[in-house]
Ligand binder design. Structure first.
Ligand SMILES: *Cc1c(COP(=O)(O)O)cnc(C)c1O
Length: 389
């Protein structure tokens, strides 16, 4: 099919950047201080306030991948340890486990919630299991009561991958505050954008101290005072750390993005509901509605295109949408479908049937606050035309 759209291509996950952020970035550039400094400190404080935790319980870093990695190092994971996670997640979740030295152990998902299947979790626990890394998929909270009960029973660390879950709550409690660590992403397509960026929220301030050291070469906390204007101070290297610190340039974006969290969440909820309503009679698998126990972050709107029901494959569907000028995403082909993990860990897609089926069928529609009503109408019309043709 030739490109038959006249309107501009709708980019999947286009960030919503306002003049407030642009002005703050320019002011930062002109201030002479673009690296880690006062704006990062302010962004941390405002993020902590949003999550309702003390300012000493958060550390900004340069990605969620870095947040996951330093949390796992701070949790003292080591070679031989096994870490349970969901088979339906972005590769960064598994890679962070691998780079901590531990071995990721995927667990299949629940077909309705798309979150780690709590009923299967305990089957994978061995004498070597040390931690669980649940992912609040698409912004829908995992059943944290069940996960924390299993963790307590087996003495496991919990590291929540909150890349989709800035606004997520489970039974009135904020995602990222259940486990020992919660790791957030401010990547360009996420709900709060700093370009690249991440945050660790830890249960204990002592862990945040260690994470700040690990995220800056392993230099003692005094090293952070180097970023002040009160003269030169020697630092001490107390661990072999990483280069994971966030810059003021990034925080300049984040500070203003945080102020629009609620407004943007309401807009995404509106779009999510419009999609749910518009596709109700199509043979597509739609996301499960949130229930009264949760606040859904509405990060992803994922459909399942089943070839038998829809008369076309997911990849055919994607081609039709692209031809109609609409960018879509795939979140995700499951971990066991990726060659690296198959080769190194012997994972077989058939052992994770729910994740594999979803990985084969799923496609995500644009769901950003930047979308205009006319664009949403175009997306709905394109989905409907593609499925009913
Ligand atoms: C985006 C994402 C990450 C990685 O976030 P970065 O900030 O890009 O490093 C990790 N886990 C999940 C589930 C993600 O969607």
């Amino acid at each position: 099919m030739a490109a038959d759209h006249e309107s501009p291509f709708i980019i999947f996950g286009a960030p919503d950047i306002h003049n407030d952020e642009i002005d703050e970035v320019l002011a930062t550039l002109q201030s002479g201080w673009i690296g880690t400094g006062p704006k990062v400190a302010r962004f941390e404080e405002e993020f902590a306030d949003l999550k309702g935790v003390g300012h000493d319980r958060v550390a900004a870093v340069n990605s969620c991948t870095a947040a996951l990695h330093v949390s796992m190092i701070a949790a003292n994971l080591k070679p031989g340890d096994e870490v349970l996670t969901t088979a339906m997640t972005f590769c960064a979740t598994a890679n962070a486990i691998i780079h901590s030295g531990a071995t990721p152990v995927p667990v299949d998902i629940d077909a309705d919630t798309l979150n780690i299947d709590v009923a299967r979790l305990e089957q994978h626990i061995t004498a070597k299991t040390r931690a669980i890394v649940p992912v609040h998929f698409g912004g829908r909270p995992c059943d944290m009561d069940a996960i924390m009960a299993i963790a307590a029973k087996h003495g496991l660390i919990v590291i929540e991958d909150c890349a989709h879950a800035i606004e997520t709550q489970w039974r009135g409690q904020q995602a990222g505050t259940f486990g020992d660590f919660g790791c957030f992403s401010f990547y360009v397509t996420k709900n709060v954008v700093t370009g690249e960026g991440g945050m660790v929220l830890a249960r204990s301030p002592a862990m945040i101290d260690r994470i700040k050291t690990l995220a800056l070469h392993g230099m003692s906390k005094d090293a952070w005072r180097r970023f002040g204007d009160d003269g030169y101070k020697h630092y001490e290297v107390v661990e072999a750390g990483f280069k994971y610190n966030m810059m003021d340039l990034q925080a300049a974006l984040g500070i203003h993005q945080l102020r629009r969290v609620e407004e943007n969440w309401l807009r995404r909820r509106e779009i999510w509901k419009a999609y749910q309503h518009a596709f109700a009679d199509l043979p597509l698998g739609r996301p499960l509605e949130p229930d009264e126990h949760m606040r859904h972050a509405y990060h992803l709107y994922t459909l399942a295109v089943d070839e038998i029901n829809c008369g076309m494959s997911r990849d055919d569907f994607i081609r039709h949408m692209s031809d109609a000028g609409i960018g879509v995403g795939v979140h995700y082909r499951s971990l066991a479908q990726q060659p690296y993990y198959q080769r190194e860990y012997g994972w077989i897609p058939e052992n994770y049937p729910v994740s594999t089926a979803f990985g084969d069928n799923t496609v995500s529609l644009p769901l950003g606050p930047k979308l205009q009503n006319a664009e949403i109408d175009r997306i709905i019309a394109a989905v409907t035309a593609t499925i009913t043709k």
